[in-house]
Design a protein around this ligand. Structure first.
Ligand code: A3P
Length: 321
């Protein structure tokens, strides 16, 4: 770390210390630009805003955690790199999707300084959980393509709860709470969640996708579950990697869909072991993948409260869950 880098880190540290903070479920969150950022990414968010230089060919996958990021990582990687790797030779068979498509703020700028950006092949593919307004300016000013995936907020909160409870420090099955904590749900309703409020994160990308459909493709987890082939074609065309008639006739779209399915990725040894970021078992990214699983985990009154909140927050937007 040279002097300039040290100064940058010191300045970021000063800024972070002065931000409003909450000790929320499992980690500290910092409020910055109207969004709650978790302690493990706030520095990366600020430094990537200052330092990240977008390339016109870059592809960004934006999402809130637990909305289908892992699935889209695998799909986008496979679509874009299909000239280099056939599905049967895919690097996805040997590496977790996160290693092939890293996150800007968590992986590349984790400690405030850029890391491992030089060796990436083109087009570079990144994920981010940052809301549109907080993206580095160089991304917003470019013609880069952004894919946003969202998911029913009730399924998302249930997925998130399971995820947090499978982190290494909570990995004692008998000590895990049996039902979803009220405190966790209350925080979610108040928008105090990683990269939330969820309505703000989603509505921002929704608006930009309507204004600039050539730059932002808005997808949903539910649509992908319902008709993966149709959604894959749409995604490939948006990314500028349209499937040819021959590829379609050969069944390549089905092959990619099968390669990236939850059942397949979950069965691979590489996704059953290993720890990401020192605390997350890689296996925690692959759970059940069902639409409507919330009915098995939330009481009817919680479902009613959450549905009311969702209706209120998304009213008039045209987005319906
Ligand atoms: P569930 O907890 O409901 O099963 P993210 O990747 O954004 O962290 O989201 C994780 C959620 O997506 C989990 O949902 C996980 O099971 C599901 N998921 C992961 N890989 C998937 C895939 N290939 N296809 C469908 N769903 C997937």
């Amino acid at each position: 770390v040279n002097e300039n880098e040290q100064e940058l880190q010191n300045n970021i540290e000063k800024l972070v210390t002065a931000l409003p903070q909450e000790n929320s479920y499992h980690f500290r969150q910092y409020k910055y630009n109207g969004t709650w950022f978790p302690s493990f990414s706030i520095r990366g968010v600020i430094s990537s805003q200052l330092l990240f230089q977008a390339d016109e060919s870059d592809i960004f996958l934006a999402s809130l955690p637990k909305c289908g990021t892992t699935w889209l990582r695998a799909l986008i990687f496979s679509i874009v790199n299909r000239g280099r790797y056939k599905p049967k030779d895919s690097p996805l068979l040997f590496k977790p999707p996160h290693d092939l498509v890293p996150n800007i703020e968590i992986d590349h700028f984790r400690d405030g300084l850029p890391q491992n950006l030089e060796q990436l092949s083109r087009p570079r593919i990144f994920t981010t959980h940052v809301p549109y307004a907080s993206l580095p300016n160089s991304i917003k000013a470019s013609n880069c393509r952004i894919v946003y995936v969202c998911r029913n907020p009730l399924d998302t909160v249930v997925s998130y709860w399971h995820f947090l409870n499978s982190m290494v420090k909570n990995n004692n099955a008998s000590a895990r709470p049996k039902r979803i904590d009220d405190e966790f749900l209350n925080e979610y309703c108040l928008g105090i969640q990683a990269y939330g409020p969820f309505w703000y994160n989603t509505l921002e990308y929704w608006k930009v996708s309507l204004e600039k459909p050539e730059s932002v493709l808005f997808m949903t987890y539910e649509d992908l579950k319902e008709d993966p082939i149709f959604q894959l074609k749409k995604l490939a065309s948006f990314l500028g990697f349209q499937f040819s008639a021959e590829e379609e006739a050969e069944g390549l779209i089905e092959e990619i869909s099968t390669l990236c399915s939850l059942g397949n990725l979950k069965s691979l040894e590489v996704n059953q072991k290993g720890i990401r970021l020192s605390i997350i078992p890689v296996s925690a990214y692959f759970r059940k993948g069902e639409v409507g699983d919330y009915v098995n985990h939330l009481t009817p009154s919680t479902v009613e409260t959450l549905n009311k909140l969702v209706e209120e927050k998304f009213a008039g937007s045209g987005l319906v869950f």
